[in-house]
Design a protein around this ligand. Sequence first.
Ligand SMILES: *Cc1c(COP(=O)(O)O)cnc(C)c1O
Length: 254
Amino acid sequence: MKPVYPHAETAEAIRANLAAVRARIDAACRRCGRDPTEVRLLPVSKTVPAESLRAACDGGGINLLGENRVQEAWQKWQALHDLPQLRWAIIGHLQTNKARYVARFAAEFQALDQLSVAEALDRRLQQEGRSLDVFIQINTSDEPQKYGIAPEEAERFLKVLPAYSALKPRGLMTLALFSSDEAAVRKCFIRLRETRDRLQQRHPELAELSMGMSGDFELAIAEGATTVRVGQAIFGARNTPDSAYWPNLSQSPQ
Ligand SMILES: *Cc1c(COP(=O)(O)O)cnc(C)c1O
């Protein structure tokens, strides 16, 4: 089933979609007995032009935006950095040679999956005198083409992270299987939660679970998501195929 995402050409349309997604988050929380304030909505603005974002963010309502690609995020940050409340989360795979950009402007980085990236980020952050909230990306679907650390490798990875003192680990992030098989998607979310629960015994700071996107955020909430990353349900369907963001992906989402 391919969901039809609402158009969002104007700031009003974006705000209306945002309100609708928030209402769906609240309803999903109520269904599983969770407090809606436990779930943070991260609007994902990749491919949305800076000027549309400016209009949508003006007057509040959006104070954090997620971007998959550093270069695109960097350009939007430059275009919009007169909006004082607006912070940026990088949610896509990072190459070490782009760490300096992230260290300059990002408020959080959700796709930490390599020590070389941790090292490069920490070095640049120390130079900037900044720290950065990070999420460790976990590969919960066992697909070799997906980024992320295997769940059973996470403990070892976390053990060495304190060496990079500018990085503040907040939790785990995953991309679930892209499938219409709800049980298979749910399994990824459960796996992330169980990995977090296991790690939290030694790393209580790992409270967050970033999981769920436009097609599956309600399911993710039922399995414990504390951050949902939602793009198309707020900003409308993208023209760029998702394979542009997740290379080698043969299947398209849902
Ligand atoms: C684009 C993206 C999302 C949001 O996907 P939608 O289908 O637009 O909701 C979530 N997480 C990551 C890592 C993304 O790149």
